[in-house]
Design a protein. Structure first.
Length: 71
């Protein structure tokens, strides 16, 4: 994903992503779903989301948490 200056943002594509409503039960989510969700968000929110998730933390986006699956 690129920002408005055509600079590549954090890349989370190599990592399996999952989401949770309650931070206890996690379910896998496809990268296509993540991309669609992020395309509808403001650029500043996308950058924060990608940076936080890429660094291994969970991020509350809307009413769900997202993170890289921990194996």
């Amino acid at each position: 994903m690129k920002d408005r200056f055509n600079i590549e943002m954090e890349d989370i594509s190599p990592f399996p992503i999952e989401r949770s409503d309650d931070y206890e039960v996690w379910e896998p989510i496809s990268h296509e779903e993540v991309i669609k969700m992020l395309e509808e968000a403001p650029e500043s929110k996308r950058k924060v989301f990608l940076g936080v998730v890429r660094n291994g933390s969970a991020f509350l986006f809307g009413n769900q948490y997202y993170r890289i699956r921990a194996d």
